[in-house]
Ligand binder design. Sequence first.
Ligand code: GYE
Length: 307
Amino acid sequence: YHNRNDLTSHIENDEKVTLGFAQVGNESAWRSANTESIIKAAEQENVDLQLINANNNQEKQIAIIRDFIKQGVDVIAFSPMVENGWDEVLQEAKDAGIPVILCDREIKVQDDSLWTSFIGSDFVEEGRRAAQWVVDHKESNTETVNIIELEGTKSSAPATDRKQGFKEVSEHHPNLHIIDSLSGDFTLGKGKEMMEKALQQFGSEIDIVYSHNDDMAIGAIEAIEEYGLQPGFDIKIISIDATNKAFKALSAGKLNFTVECNPLLGPQIMQAAKELKNGTEIPMKIITSEETFTQEEAKKEIKKRNY
Ligand code: GYE
């Protein structure tokens, strides 16, 4: 039988961690997989999770975080919609002694002690990998390659970094021209709308579409088909996330390449929340490992995926 203090310490350790998660929205298939991973991991790890959706609105996301501070949760986590505008509310969290975990997107603040840990991917590397495929598949070093870029949510870390990464590689190849960059806000609908606009302006001049996520790439595929061209052939398309939508389009020959971005961050977030509650130091950055997929590789991989 446990003596008194073992029992007490046991109860203290098992006291449920309360985690407030301010989710950015439900803008893409990646985001749905991310939300599901967080909810599932909280159940498995016995974490008392409150996940509230900000519907891609920063003011709402700040209000949700303020409410968690008022409730006095143990830990706050969120996927910052954009990079700027977090200093004030995170200062309030710090003053309340509540540690903050950044999930999948980073921020720019005056004082980096306002957040404790970032769990996510290296978006700049994802952009480089996308551009490397274009470099490896271009027919010549002189023939002009016209590229349309579909950007994610303006001022978000993934959009900024994926743009930068692509440029870091493409700028060494003078025949690669980004003829226009349009913001599709990471959604299928806006991605389709922007691609329609690009087709109106450039038509079959377009050789490649570089999309910052799969949902906008699927929108672009629909727009290209409705315009009367063959996506994957007349216009090649590369995207990022590697969700099921991308694997289906790769297998159908309508998408040419996708760079993985791992949404299954739930287990790492719960682990970090528990360690913070127990006063354990945790790393400032936890970067997840990722791959890339061609049409051939997609046919095999699709069976292993559940998102
Ligand atoms: O690529 C996109 C989602 O922040 C990494 O946001 C995430 C991005 C992801 O809408 O599909």
